[in-house]
Write a protein that binds this ligand. Structure first.
Ligand code: DQA
Length: 150
């Protein structure tokens, strides 16, 4: 970890991810968002990091959380849900705070409907993890720690 990098990571989840575990389990699996939070905390703890974990169905709440993260975290792991495919505002928020962001999608969006193939977030993400199930969040946390330790 570099000297001034906070040992904290923000994990953000967008709309409908509060339903994880019961929402289309054939696509998103049976793990709940609470399970995801625990996986993230365990992965972070291995490197001495803490996790701030937030889910919201509201675009503005996610944007406010990204703004508030500036200077407070080493980076952000974000699954923006359907805002991935619609939100220029979320992409602008990420560009605006200049924090490394790892974009995570539980499902392989490229194997699904065409409208899921475009992401406004990918051009402003440091790394993208797609189709790894909830393990994608663990990979995301590990990747951020890797980036922060360079
Ligand atoms: C998702 C994929 C998005 O297309 C979808 O709208 C989601 C979840 C995923 O994790 O696979 O809500 O981001």
């Amino acid at each position: 970890m570099s000297e001034n990098t906070p040992a904290r990571i923000l994990v953000l989840n967008g709309p409908n991810l509060n339903l994880l575990g019961t929402r289309e389990p054939e696509i998103y699996g049976h793990e709940t968002l609470k399970d995801v939070e625990e996986l993230c905390r365990a992965a972070a703890a291995q490197a001495g990091y803490e996790i701030e974990f937030l889910q919201s169905n509201h675009e503005g709440v996610l944007i406010d959380a990204i703004h508030a993260a500036r200077g407070q975290v080493a980076g952000i792991v974000v699954n923006p849900g359907a805002f991935t495919h619609t939100s220029i505002a979320l992409a602008d928020a990420i560009s605006g705070v200049q924090l490394p962001v790892i974009e995570v999608h539980i499902s392989n969006v490229h194997r699904r409907e065409a409208f899921r193939h475009h992401s406004y977030i990918s051009p402003v993400a440091a790394s993208i993890i797609v189709g790894a199930g909830v393990n994608g969040y663990v990979l995301g946390v590990q990747q951020l720690i890797h980036l922060a330790s360079r």
